[in-house]
Unconditional design. Structure first.
Length: 160
């Protein structure tokens, strides 16, 4: 078994809203997992799009998921996966349509890799959430509140 990670506001492996992603179209039963806890946190922060640290999401759980190592497909993604969204989605959609592998290893835009979990795959029951830890963003990320002025931009800019 291999340990993968997910930062989620639910404590299961069920896809919820099912929006389109880099590797699949809207409606796909895909759950994205990461190789490390830090990568899972970074992936969630990259999607947060908040105007201020106080607006970071609350009530998240860091899930450690054990998956069968032999259930990972390691296919070669399209060469232009970073710039050609249609090509990367077609690649992931084709993998889903084949239905052969439970997981697909894909490169991450932030570096490293991510794993797409086919939540409709018959082997899903072999995936086990072995830990679920409440993960508030507040203590270490929003602690910078005192270092910025209300009303001012909180992201530093290199203007000097």
């Amino acid at each position: 078994m291999t340990a993968l990670w997910r930062l989620s506001n639910s404590q299961d492996l069920l896809p919820r809203a099912r929006p389109a992603g880099r590797w699949h179209g809207a409606g796909a039963a895909v759950v994205v997992l990461d190789a490390t806890p830090a990568a899972a946190v970074f992936a969630r922060l990259a999607q947060a799009e908040v105007a201020h640290p106080r607006a970071l999401p609350r009530n998240y759980f860091l899930l450690e998921v054990r998956v069968p190592a032999q259930a990972v497909a390691d296919l070669r993604p399209p060469a232009a996966w970073q710039t050609d969204l249609q090509a990367s989605r077609a690649f992931g959609n084709a993998w889903l349509a084949q239905g052969e592998a439970l997981l697909l290893k894909v490169p991450s835009a932030a570096g490293g890799c991510q794993y797409l979990l086919n939540a409709d795959h018959p082997q899903l029951a072999q995936c086990q959430i072995v830990s679920s830890v409440a993960y508030p963003f507040t203590p270490h990320l929003t602690g910078i509140d005192g270092a910025v002025l209300d009303g001012a931009g909180w992201l530093a800019s290199a203007r000097d």
